[in-house]
Design a protein around this ligand. Structure first.
Ligand code: AMP
Length: 250
């Protein structure tokens, strides 16, 4: 039976088994995209299709934060949590530490999708050095793109249930009764207004835009429109990957 990538092991710090069996062609991608473009959904769909690891630094940090103190947290995870508890950004070296302590996933036979890392050119250089040491090469960097106005419309229309955390949307998924959660009836809260979304996007652009040039210069960068449904975006992703595979084979 084919070995399955164990995502829980990756989130916890890699104590669990890693896929070792030879796959014809492990695919190794970095996914980029602003909050709200649907990158996480595409990562899940791709991981399922390729049977590869979906490696999200945001998910590791969230898992580290909610894990009980007496549960096993690696020293790097504990360090990351201490920055988050102090309301500070987790420094690049600490995030790299999280990836480095899971390095066996990077050269597993299953391939991987990095989601949320790298976020800055400094992190991209660190990743390049780490993968270089492991003799692993990236196949492509997929950048999901959507005009700012559409991101603002997507994010600022979101309403979240404080109890069950279900996310509704004014236009695309309105609750049955305005302002109330369909499941628990709690009053929904408006997570972010337009201004907050614009500010967050500005910060994202400033930090992440230079990554496009970095990966363009390594001939890895592919842009994909994040307009439409997740199925449409996924279809575009596969077309882009096929196009690249043909170009590389030529
Ligand atoms: P995400 O789920 O990717 O949006 O990440 C959630 C949060 O985790 C971010 O807002 C950051 O505070 C933190 N985070 C995730 N990945 C990184 C990273 N590569 N570098 C620094 N902080 C990160």
């Amino acid at each position: 039976m084919k070995e399955k990538p164990d995502r829980l092991g990756w989130l916890k710090g890699g104590e669990c088994n890693v896929v070792t069996e030879h796959r014809p062609r492990p695919c190794r991608f970095v996914l980029l995209g602003a909050p709200g473009v649907g990158k996480g959904t595409q990562a899940q769909l791709l991981a399922e299709l390729f049977d590869s690891y979906h490696l999200s630094t945001g998910d590791i940090l969230r898992a580290a934060k909610i894990s009980p103190i007496d549960c096993r947290r690696s020293p790097v995870m504990a360090e990351a949590v201490s920055f988050m508890d102090a309301g500070q950004l987790v420094p690049d070296e600490v995030v790299l530490g999280l990836i480095a302590e899971r390095e066996k996933y990077s050269h597993s036979g299953a391939g991987f999708l990095l989601d949320g890392f790298p976020r800055t050119v400094a992190q991209a250089v660190m990743l390049e050095n780490l993968l270089g040491k492991l003799h692993v090469q990236l196949d492509a960097v997929l950048s999901y793109e959507l005009p700012l106005e559409k991101i603002v419309a997507r994010l600022s229309g979101r309403r979240t249930c404080p109890i069950c955390k279900t996310v509704f949307h004014d236009q695309t998924r309105p609750p049955k009764q305005p302002g109330l959660c369909d499941d628990c009836g709690a009053e929904l809260f408006h997570s972010e207004d337009d201004r907050a979304v614009r500010e967050r996007m500005q910060a994202y652009e400033t930090r992440t835009a230079p990554l496009a040039d970095f990966y363009r210069s390594r001939d890895l960068f592919i842009t994909i429109s994040a307009e439409g449904t997740s199925e449409e975006i996924f279809e575009r992703t596969l077309e882009a990957l096929n196009g690249r595979a043909e170009a590389v084979a030529m």
